[in-house]
Each structure stands twice: as structure tokens, then as C-alpha cells.
Design a protein around this ligand. Structure first.
Ligand SMILES: [Zn+2]
Length: 59
């Protein structure tokens, strides 16, 4: 199974948050919601988020 992960730190944010989902689309949605609520960034685009997405291999 493939999972995708992103850390706020990888986007340059000073935040310990990180997210892992099974689909990239879902991950982008999670990050957009979190960015809006926690970072006050309501207009983070998919293009902003995708470079920070990594493939995670769950154990
Ligand atoms: Zn964050």
C-alpha cells in the first residue's frame, strides 16, 4: 500500500503538523484545510502543496 505524507515544515511553515493519507487528492484537501485553520492561508493551491508531498511506506 502506498501512502502520501507531507510535513508543514517542508512548506516553510513553523509548525509541527504532518499528514499522511492513502491518496494524494485527500492529502491536498487535508493540507488546504489545515493551512486555512492553522496558518491563516485560505488560498493555498495544489501547486503550492504538491512539491512538499512525499511517498511514505508504512511499516
Ligand atoms: Zn501546519
Amino acid at each position: 500500500m502506498t501512502a502520501y505524507t507531507v510535513s508543514c515544515r517542508d512548506t516553510g511553515a513553523d509548525c509541527p503538523g504532518s499528514f499522511t493519507t492513502e491518496s494524494k487528492d485527500e492529502l491536498v484537501e487535508h493540507v488546504q484545510l489545515h493551512a486555512r485553520k492553522a496558518h491563516g492561508k485560505p488560498d493555498l493551491s495544489r501547486e503550492d502543496i504538491e512539491p512538499a508531498i512525499k511517498v511514505a511506506t508504512p511499516v
